[in-house]
Every structure is written in structure tokens, then in C-alpha cells.
Design a protein around this ligand. Structure first.
Ligand code: GLN
Length: 464
């Protein structure tokens, strides 16, 4: 899509203003029902489009993302704009600088359409934890779009934006992409700068694109990746990608028995059959420690959450509760400003880090993290990528899991191992079951992001 739009822009078949207006029009028409956006920058977007049209009129050359509209998850800072992380505590917070990915997108000339809805501070799998109301799944308005980047996934699925950015700590790009029937790519940990992303769990968080094709996801990834002096965990990787045409995909059979909806398994088998005649081979592999990944994730992530969210104390950022003294102020601000899932994780995190429990929980979970990472390394000795569903179940109805945190956490079983190991993973839509989209992930070697994108592109073509 991006390449086609780019061609139309440079051939003057379509102006940047028309392109932007058409997306703003779709938002105006559909978003009252879907609620993918928390804020739309109509005027800025139109002004930017006009500047690009002026460039085109002068015959200046245009970068591939120049004039292409993009939506951003509202935990990514844009200077001078409200950035809420869908939390009441940041309801009035105006970002004082651009996230590094935003600077890069601005340099590339992409048009920022606005900010999308999410589970508060990216904690959740349905976007129901947003303090500003949930987003609906464009395929069925009674169902959740997934989460936490549900707004970005729904925006792309409903044609309100050609591409969008989300963040993925334990599946928040790949699971909503699956629920909404779009492509969602989580790069290797360290490949994209986290500067200006409101931190959830710093050793897991990673920004990545939503798109309607692997090619578009790659174009956005190329624009935002690379080392950044503002994020010491970011790295420059020189990746040599071979142009091989045959791929071996590992299928962790035992792990797939863990509560996977048989209809999703069926859709995967069908996709394997199609791809099998077009250069793909499927090999059983073992990920013996993957079954412990979820428990391990829900210890380490809350630990990091409890530490990261201590900065939202009513003194430094956002809303402040009226109080007689400092401690009362903390209590009032945090009690009123934070939602129940966020509070649950802060409490859990403080507990697993506390004296007497640190060794039993936090340290043990870190050891399990190393074992899970080792399982993947071993599997990649003989396969190019690993296939997993993007979620164990189809998109569920509103309220179905909201009061049962464990049921909600179980949704993440197939996505969190990838974050524990820092690997790249991409969700591809592979079909529909009962009119609802089904997504499948392909997971690649650490820092072999372009190789994974190539494999995913070939798979996408093979099952088309
Ligand atoms: N659903 C997962 C969680 O609640 C993933 C969140 C994310 O990736 N931001 O932790």
C-alpha cells in the first residue's frame, strides 16, 4: 500500500492533502463507533500535507514515507501534545519532547494523524483497561480488538490509518494484530529506541508497526530502527539477509497443546498446507520451558512496573490530589489516578521484590527467563523461524475476562516467551473462523529482524 500511495503522490494522481483528508474522513465516519483514537490532529495533519504538496509542486523528490499518514499509540511522546497512556493520572500531561521514533518519523515526512487508545500504561490484552473507554473490534463491535495496542490495531483494520505504531511488552502488538486481522511486528529488543515511550517494563518494551502487509511493516521499521544515544539498550545491527527461497519453520507441538482453540490450530494447519507447496517445510521442535514463561513474565514485569510507575506520584507529572502533606498527596493522587490493573501490578511487583520474597520469586523468574531464551537458541540451530498462534483464543466479548485477571493473563501464553527472550516476532492474518480474524506469529532469531520480515513476506505470499 505505501509504495502505491507513494507512486500516486509523485505522479500527482493523488495529493497528500487528499490522502490525509480521506483518512480523516474515515475517522470521522467510523471512530464514533470504534473509538480507536484518543485524539486526532486534524489541523496539524492538513498543514503538514499542504507542505508536502508544495514540495511536490516544486518538483522536489519525496521519501517513501513522506505524506503517508500514521497513527501513534498514546504512550509515545509527541512534543507539545497530550500523552496519556490511557491513564487518568496523565489526563492533562503534555509531552515536552518527541520520542526518538517520532523524531525519525517526522524526519521521514510521515503525517501523524493522532493518538490511539490502549490499556492503561499498556497493561492488558483487550483495551478495556483504558481510563477513557474501550476500543471496539472493527470486525465485530461486540468484541475486543485485543490489547494493549488495540487502538492502533483497530485504526489500521478499519482503514482509518494505513500504518500505526504500537508497543509490545508481552504481546501488545502481535495479539491485537491477530484479533483485528492485520500485520503487527515486534522488533528484537534493542532494535528500536525506547526513548520517549512511557515505560512499562523496560527489559521487555519495544515499539513496532501495524500495517496491512509485511512490506509496509518493513518500510516503517526501516524508518524507526537503529542506535539512539538516548537509549543505551539500542544497537546498530548490520544484518546480512540471504535471498533464500526455502524456509524451515519450527512448530513447538507440545507447547501448542496448552489450551489452544482447536479452530485456530485448524487454521494454522491449513496455512501450513498452502505454504508447504511453496518453499516452506515444517519441523516439530521442543521449547521445554515455554510453559513456565507466563508465570515468569507475570513476576518480572510487575517488578519492573512497580519501579517504573513510582515516578507518577502527583509531584512530577500530571494530575495531583489535594492533600495536607506529601504522603497523603501520594496516596490521594495514586488512588484516584491509577486503575485497578495498574494497582494490582504495582502491588504484585513490590511484593516479589520485597525482602524475603526476592529470591523465591524475582530471582527464580530471572533464571527461568534464561532457560526460555536458551530453548529458543537451541531451536534456531535447525529452523529459520518458529510458528505460534498470536493468541490461544478468538477475539472475546467485552466483559468476558475483565473481572478475571488470570483468564486475561492466559491470553498472553504464546506471546510473552518472545519478549522474555528479546526476539523479533510478527503476526500475520491467516484466515477467519466464524467471521473473526485468526493471527499467527512467526518468530525469528535475535537481531535477525530483516531475515524474519523476508520469511514472513514469503509466507504471506504463499498463503494469499
Ligand atoms: N497483555 C500483556 C500484559 O498485560 C502484554 C502487555 C504489553 O505487551 N504491553 O502484560
Amino acid at each position: 500500500m505505501i509504495h502505491d500511495l507513494h507512486k500516486k503522490l509523485i505522479s500527482k494522481e493523488l495529493s497528500a492533502r487528499e490522502l490525509t483528508d480521506s483518512h480523516l474522513g474515515t475517522i470521522a465516519g467510523k471512530d464514533l463507533a470504534i473509538h480507536a483514537f484518543l485524539e486526532v490532529y486534524e489541523d496539524d495533519a492538513r498543514r503538514h500535507a499542504d507542505r508536502i504538496d508544495a514540495k511536490i509542486a516544486k518538483g522536489e523528490s519525496l521519501g517513501v514515507l513522506e505524506g503517508i499518514p500514521i497513527a501513534l499509540k498514546d504512550n509515545i511522546l509527541v512534543e507539545g501534545k497530550r500523552t496519556t497512556a490511557a491513564s487518568k493520572i496523565l489526563e492533562k500531561y503534555i509531552a515536552s519532547y518527541d520520542a526518538s521514533v517520532v523524531s525519525k518519523l517526522k524526519t521521514a515526512g510521515a503525517i501523524i494523524l493522532g493518538k490511539t487508545n490502549l490499556d492503561e500504561f499498556a497493561m492488558g490484552g483487550s483495551t478495556e483497561n483504558s481510563a477513557f473507554g474501550p476500543t471496539k473490534n472493527p470486525h465485530d463491535l461486540e468484541r475486543v480488538p485485543g490489547g494493549s495496542s488495540g487502538g492502533s490495531a483497530a485504526a489500521v483494520a478499519a482503514g482509518m490509518a494505513p500504518v500505526a505504531l504500537g508497543s509490545d511488552t508481552g504481546g501488545s502488538i502481535r495479539q491485537p494484530a491477530g484479533f483485528c486481522g492485520v500485520v503487527g511486528f515486534k522488533p528484537s529488543y534493542g532494535r528500536v529506541s525506547r526513548s520517549g515511550l512511557i515505560a512499562m517494563a523496560s527489559s521487555f518494551d519495544q515499539i513496532g508497526p501495524f500495517a496491512t502487509s509485511v512490506e509496509d511493516a518493513e518500510i516503517v521499521f526501516r524508518a524507526i530502527e537503529g542506535k539512539d544515544s538516548l537509549d543505551q539498550t539500542s544497537t546498530d545491527i548490520k544484518e546480512e539477509v540471504s535471498d533464500k527461497k526455502e524456509f524451515v519453520i519450527g512448530v513447538p507441538e507440545d507447547f501448542l497443546k496448552a489450551g489452544l482453540d482447536t479452530r485456530i490450530r485448524g487454521a494454522m494447519e491449513e496455512a501450513f498446507k498452502k505454504a508447504g507447496s511453496k518453499g516452506f517445510r515444517f519441523e516439530p521442535i521442543a521449547l521445554p520451558n515455554a510453559e513456565y514463561a507466563l508465570a515468569c513474565y507475570y513476576i518480572i514485569v510487575p517488578a519492573e512496573v512497580s519501579s517504573n510507575l513510582s515516578r507518577f506520584d502527583g509531584v512530577r507529572y500530571g494530575v495531583r490530589g489535594d492533600a495536607a502533606n506529601l504522603f497523603e498527596g501520594y496516596k490521594k493522587t495514586r488512588a484516584a489516578g491509577l486503575g485497578s490493573e495498574v494497582k494490582r501490578r504495582i502491588a504484585l511487583g513490590a511484593y516479589v521484590l520485597s525482602h524475603g520474597y526476592y529470591d523465591a520469586f524475582y530471582l527464580t523468574a530471572q533464571k527461568v527467563r534464561t532457560l526460555v531464551t536458551g530453548d529458543f537458541e537451541k531451536a534456531f540451530e535447525k529452523v529459520d523461524a518458529i510458528a505460534l498462534p498470536s493468541s490461544p483464543a478468538l477475539p472475546f466479548k467485552f466483559g468476558e475476562k475483565l473481572n478475571d485477571p488470570l483468564a486475561m493473563y492466559l491470553e498472553d501464553i504464546y506471546t510473552v516467551p518472545v519478549n522474555l527472550a528479546g526476539l523479533p516476532g510478527i503476526t500475520l492474518p491467516i484466515g477467519k473462523v466464524e467471521n473473526l480474524p485468526v493471527g499467527m506469529q512467526l518468530i525469528g532469531k535475535r537481531f535477525a529482524d530483516y531475515a524474519l520480515l523476508r520469511t514472513a513476506g514469503a509466507f504471506e505470499e504463499a498463503i494469499a
